[in-house]
Structure formats: C-alpha cells, structure tokens
Design a protein around this ligand. Structure first.
Ligand code: SAM
Length: 204
C-alpha cells in the first residue's frame, strides 16, 4: 500500500511513510470491508460514515508538517485511523466526533493498539475544543463550506490548518498557515468527503 499508492504518488516525508507502514488499517474497518483494507479507497465504518482513502490520509498528514512537540486537533474522529497515524508523529492529539457510537468506535480502536496520547471527545468539532487549545495543527476530516473562524482562533501563530473546503459533493483540499492576523492559503487538489455537520458547518 505504502510503496505503490502513497510513495509513488509523491508523499516523501519519511516519518509519515514509516507510520503509514506501521499502523494496521484493517483494525479500523468493520467486516467484511476489512478485506479491502489495503486498497486505496475510502470504506464504510457504519452510520453512513467512512474511513478516508490511505493516500488522502498520508497527504493531509504530510501537509500538516507534524513535529514531535506538537499539540494537534482533529475534527471527525471516525474510525480513529487518522488519529492513530497522527498520534505517532505529535506529542498530544485531541480528536472530536459528533456521532456517539462512532466516538466509542474510535476510542475502542485506539485502545486496542495501546495508543495513549489521544483524547477522543464527543461533540461538535466546528467549535473546536478550547480546553486543549492552542493547537500547532488542526485537521478537519469532513467537508466544510468554509473554515470556521473559531478554529482559526484556536491555532498558534505559525500554526497550520488542513481541510476539505467546498460543496457537499466535491471540495478543494486547502491548507491555511496562520501568520499573525494573516492566513496564507494553499490549494492541493480536489477531494470528496462526507459533510461536516454542526454550528459552523452544514446544518444536516
Ligand atoms: N478521520 C476519520 C478516520 O480516520 O476514520 C474519517 C473521518 S470521516 C470521513 C468524517 C467524520 O466526521 C465522520 O465520522 C462524521 O461523523 C464526523 N463529523 C461530521 N461533522 C462533525 C462535527 N461537526 N464534529 C465532529 N465530527 C464530525
């Protein structure tokens, strides 16, 4: 999976490649879809939600420039797979999930791999999570019509946010770098995510 679907498509950060090799994706995918765990596709995890495609997980992780001392926020815990990847690259990760049963799924999956530096919070991630802010990085793993100001406010100066921004069907993968009061955007191609539903996202 890593050699053919991730490295060959331009992901070069050696720490990202190493952790993508180490974390078993099948642990995060319910039967019978776990049989396709190492194909480069998103897969159902229940409740109409998905685990993202491995290449997109690797790309978003690389775009966040994770450092070992970082405090990071993920919005949309889903299966917990992206959180498991990030947990090995940063010091502390908070991940938020709006669906209660999916929150439990993420917690159980992370626990089964003995991952301890991730806090899984049930709630509306469009409001961020002020108790653990400020964050060096924020990763939004659901499609948002725009980047909520509340999230930008919870970034450190110099912090990076990565999110799929656009319509309900297709979005641009965007990074924003916070430099004082200025946000510097970069665009990284088209993606397709399930919607971010909440106060500063989609209504339903
Ligand atoms: N990162 C996940 C993984 O590794 O499996 C995949 C995320 S899935 C594409 C998007 C997730 O975002 C879904 O589980 C969905 O319930 C969640 N979500 C949608 N709106 C949300 C919100 N406002 N706050 C937190 N989670 C939200």
């Amino acid at each position: 999976m890593v050699e053919h679907q991730i490295e060959a498509r331009g992901i070069h950060n050696p720490r990202v490649l190493a952790v993508m090799r180490d974390i078993p994706r099948h642990v995060f995918i319910p039967h019978p879809y776990d049989q396709s765990a190492y194909d480069d596709n998103p897969l159902p995890i229940g409740n109409g939600q998905t685990i993202s495609q491995p290449y997109i997980v690797a790309l978003m992780t690389e775009l966040l420039h994770p450092e070992t001392s970082d405090n990071v926020l993920e919005i949309g815990a889903g299966s917990g797979y992206q959180a498991a990847i990030l947990s090995r690259l940063v010091q502390r990760l908070t991940t938020i999930e709006r669906i209660p049963s999916v929150t439990i799924l993420a917690r159980n999956n992370l626990k089964s791999l003995g991952i301890r530096n991730v806090e899984v919070i049930e709630g509306d991630g469009t409001q961020g999570y002020p108790p653990n802010a400020p964050y060096n990085g924020i990763m939004v793993t659901a499609a948002t019509p725009e980047i909520p100001r509340t999230l930008i406010d919870q970034l450190t100066d110099g912090g990076l946010l990565v999110a799929p921004v656009g319509g309900r069907d297709v979005q641009q993968l965007v990074t924003l770098e916070k430099q004082g009061s200025i946000m510097i955007p970069q665009y990284h191609g088209w993606v397709r995510f399930v919607p971010l539903i909440g106060k500063h996202g989609w209504e339903n």
